[in-house]
Design a protein around this ligand. Structure first.
Ligand code: NAD
Length: 259
């Protein structure tokens, strides 16, 4: 009979190396700090070297300047970083414009970071993990993968595309011991959404849309990352973990009287 599991250690990451790409800001920063708090040795990667260094200092980890649009740098990263057990990547951008107003350059820029760079990261780190026979990859999708509004089209397409990319990676790498999952946040107060926060009616409408009636703090995504990184999720792969305060559960267009 197997020994009784020690559930007090279910989320522990001692002895594991985690790379967080986008660790300089927002959700990536909090994810890096939370992974470190659970014992992981965290590599804080970001295009913004100073921001990566600040997070690394807080996490007791290592800063790793990395521009994920530099394909040669991404390809070289696993060789430079050694064995990686966990990859979390958050780097993404949004140009909020209606489809008819979109410039080709804007489309290319959003797709290059949100989808193309994600493809490169999953292949590079996922491939190295598959060779070792273990690992966990956590990418960041969005509620926009399933529900849209005017002005979110290209971002939404990349976030839906990312889910299918990650599901396929889960299918292909699962037999080789690598789990691949997505987190889908609702609205989170970070630099990515500063444009919305600056507009009180837009900010308020987004707060009212979720069941909890507010925005998330970036640290409220950290639990999902630790869960998917750790053995607590050892049988979870190909999934999308929604952390949206109930946004996608509630229609919200109308409150029936007396209900
Ligand atoms: N904030 C939200 O409301 C929200 C909602 C849904 C989904 N998400 C998703 O969550 C993830 C994290 O979002 P956030 O709000 O923390 O973003 P953020 O803008 O606060 O942080 C993104 C980080 O990525 C880094 N980065 C940008 N380009 C890079 C590049 N080429 N190479 C390396 N690093 C680069 C930035 O320097 C920054 O540190 C994104 O994938 C985003 O789409 C966010």
């Amino acid at each position: 009979m197997d020994p009784a599991p020690d559930y007090t250690r279910l989320f522990r990451l001692d002895g594991r190396r985690a790379v967080v790409v986008g660790a300089g800001s927002g959700i990536g920063r909090e994810a890096a700090l939370a992974l470190a708090a659970h014992g992981a040795d965290v590599v804080c990667a970001d295009r913004d070297a100073d921001a990566a260094a600040r997070t690394a200092q807080g996490a007791g980890g290592t800063a790793y300047p990395l521009d994920v649009l530099d394909r040669a740098a991404v390809a070289a990263a696993p060789g430079e970083l050694g064995d990686v057990d966990v990859l979390v990547f958050t780097a993404a951008t949004n140009v909020r414009k209606r489809l008819l107003d979109y410039a080709e350059e804007e489309f290319d820029r959003v797709v290059a970071l949100n989808l193309r760079a994600s493809f490169d990261l999953v292949r590079t780190f996922g491939g190295a993990m598959a060779e070792r026979g273990r690992g966990s990859v956590v990418g960041f999708s969005s509620i926009r993968a399933v529900t849209v509004e005017p002005g979110q089209g290209v971002y939404a397409a990349t976030k839906a595309g990312l889910v299918q990319l990650l599901r396929t990676a889960a299918a292909e790498l699962g037999p080789r011991g690598v789990r691949v999952n997505a987190v889908a946040p609702g609205v989170v107060e970070t630099p990515l959404t500063a444009q919305i926060k600056a507009d009180p009616s837009w900010y308020g409408a987004y707060a009212a849309k979720s069941a909890l009636g507010r925005w998330a703090r970036p640290g409220e995504l950290a639990g999902a990352v630790v869960y998917l990184a750790s053995d607590a999720s050892s049988f979870v792969t190909g999934s999308v973990l929604t952390v949206d305060g109930g946004w996608t559960a509630v229609d919200g267009r109308y409150e029936p009287p007396g209900a």
